[in-house]
Design a binder for this molecule. Structure first.
Ligand SMILES: [Mg+2]
Length: 184
């Protein structure tokens, strides 16, 4: 299978890395922020957020820790013959070089992949173009859009987006289990 995988909040714990930086930048109470779990949409509406993004996103993208088990599961999937296509919406407006920062991170952290696509503002279209058989992402919007094209999706659960009724997981072990069951 060609498996499409998102980076932020799917391979990495990006949100948890970004929130403390937002607290520092905006002089906000970190405990309150962690408690309120603002969505990305709410964070984007903070004043001058584009300045925060431009000055902090590359740092966040470089230091966000991996989710547990992701290297083992992706290595196993690759050994089983699957292709791993990393598809991220990281873009040139918010990053100086979205491809380079993502590529360097994936290599440095031993994430196996066959292809990296950045600037993917319309992931459903990219999935069709890349002949994707399975899409893994934390975004409800992306999963819905891709599912509409008839491509199976697995949604990574995130602390700030808990309402969707999509095919959800909370760990990479669960992703692997679901993929095994797709063959039955
Ligand atoms: Mg994401």
């Amino acid at each position: 299978m060609n498996i499409a995988i998102d980076i932020d909040d799917t391979i990495t714990n990006t949100y948890e890395t970004m929130v403390p930086m937002i607290a520092l930048f905006y002089n906000k109470d970190l405990n309150k922020l962690l408690h309120n779990k603002p969505s990305y949409k709410e964070l984007y509406s903070l004043p001058n957020f584009s300045h925060f993004a431009k000055t902090h996103y590359e740092i966040v993208a470089s230091i966000a820790p991996l989710k547990n088990g992701v290297i083992d599961i992706l290595s196993t999937l690759k050994k089983e013959g699957h292709k791993i296509i990393i598809i991220t919406a990281r873009n040139n407006e918010e990053f100086h070089n979205p491809y380079q920062v993502s590529y360097n991170y994936l290599i440095k952290n031993n994430i196996p992949f066959d292809k990296l696509i950045v600037n993917a503002s319309n992931k459903a279209e990219v999935c069709l173009k890349e002949h994707i058989d399975l899409f893994i992402d934390d975004s409800t919007k992306n999963c819905h859009a891709v599912a509409k094209k008839g491509i199976p999706t697995i949604q990574f659960n995130s602390v700030f987006d808990t309402n969707s009724k999509l095919n959800k997981v909370t760990s990479w072990e669960e992703v692997y289990y679901k993929i095994q069951n797709m063959y039955l």
